[in-house]
Write a protein that binds this ligand. Sequence first.
Ligand SMILES: *Cc1c(COP(=O)(O)O)cnc(C)c1O
Length: 395
Amino acid sequence: MTEQTKQQIETAEHSLLHTYNRFPLILDRGEGMYLYDTEGKRYLDFYSGIGVFALGHHYPGFDDALKAQIDKLLHSSNYFYNEPAMEAAEKLTKAAGLGRVFFTNSGAEAVEGALKCARRYAVNKGRKAAGIVAMEHSFHGRTFGALSVTGTESYRTPFEPLVGGVRFAKLNDMDSVRAAVADEPCALILEVIQGEGGILCAEDDFLREVRALCDEKDIVLIFDEVQCGMGRSGDLFAWEKAGVKPDIMTLAKALGGGVPVGAFLVREEVAAQGLQPGDHGTTLGGNPFACAAVCKVLDLFEQDHIIDHVREVAPYLTERLEEIRSSASGITERRGRGLMQGLVFEKPVGEILARARENGLILINAGANVLRFLPPLIVTRREIDEMADLLKESL
Ligand SMILES: *Cc1c(COP(=O)(O)O)cnc(C)c1O
C-alpha cells in the first residue's frame, strides 16, 4: 500500500461511520471480469459487488442505455408515470409470472414492503394473524423489519425491541416449520439459497411442502431472491428449479446491474387484498434511471442468453471447487449451486481472503468460515481456471 492510499483511508475513517471493517484498498474502476484499485493493481472479480454486477463491468450496451436515460430524466417520483418504470414492470412481472411489482431502492426496502403487504393481506381478510416465520441463518437486511426476520442473533439483539411475533424455523426441516406456524402467522419468509448465512440451499421437497402448508393455512409465502435471483442459480429465479412459486418475491442486488434498485413482486390475488392506495410509498423508488437499468439488464439477459451461459459454465466452477476441496486441507464442504457457491473451512477465512487479494483475486466470505464465490454471470472457464490457480496459491 502506498503512503497516499494509507493517508486517504486514515482520513476517510474520521468521517465514515464505523459500521464496517473495510478491506484496505480503494476500488477505482472495473472492466469486464476485473477490478482495479487506485494504485492500478488489477484483481479478478469473484464477488461482483456482493452479487450485484451480474453482467460484470461495462458490459457492451449497458452504459449507453444508462447515459441515454441520464440525458432525459433521472427522477420523477411516484406522483407521475415514467416510461422506464412502466416497461420494467411489464418485463419483470411477465418474467416472474407474478402479477404486480413495487420498485424500491434496496433489498431491505423490498423486504419491508413484502412484510407490510403480507400483514395487510391478513388484516384485510379479517384475520388477527400478525406473526412472521423466518429461517435460522437467514439474512434479509438491516432495517428494523428486515432485521427482525434475520436469523443471526448478534445482528438483532442490540436493536431490540424489534418487530414482534417473529419465530425462526430450521431450513429443510418441516417439523420445525410446522411448529413455528402453530400460532397462525401472516407470512413465511425464506431465501431459496441462503447467502450471508453461508450458502445453504433449500431442498426442492422442502420448498414444495412449505408451499403446501402456506396454501393450507393461507400464509403469504415470501421468497427473498435478493441474492440468489436474477440468473445466479442457473434459473432467472432460484425457485424455478423446484417449480414452487412464492406469493411475494423480493429482488435487488443484480436487478440493476450495479445501479441501486430493488423490487417486490406480488401474486395478483395477494396484491388485490394487500397494500391499498396510501398504504406504502417511496420517493426515489421506481425512478426512471434505475428502471432504465432494470430494463436493460433484462434485455441483455435475453439477447445474450446469460442464463444459458450460467448453466453451461457453473458445472465447471463446481468441478474446480470440488477439486480444491479434495486436494487442500481444512475444507469440509462445497455448497451452493449455479454461480452462487461456497467452500466451508474448519477455521475463519479472513487470512485466505487477504492473501487472495494480494494475489489479485477478490473473494468475500459468508459467515466466518465460508469462502463465497459470486462471480459476474459472464465468467468463463478461463477465468474460473485463473481463480482456481490464484486461490490455490492463497491457501
Ligand atoms: C443483501 C441482501 C438483502 C439486503 O439488501 P440491501 O440492498 O443490502 O438492503 C436482503 N436479502 C438478501 C437475501 C440479501 O442477500
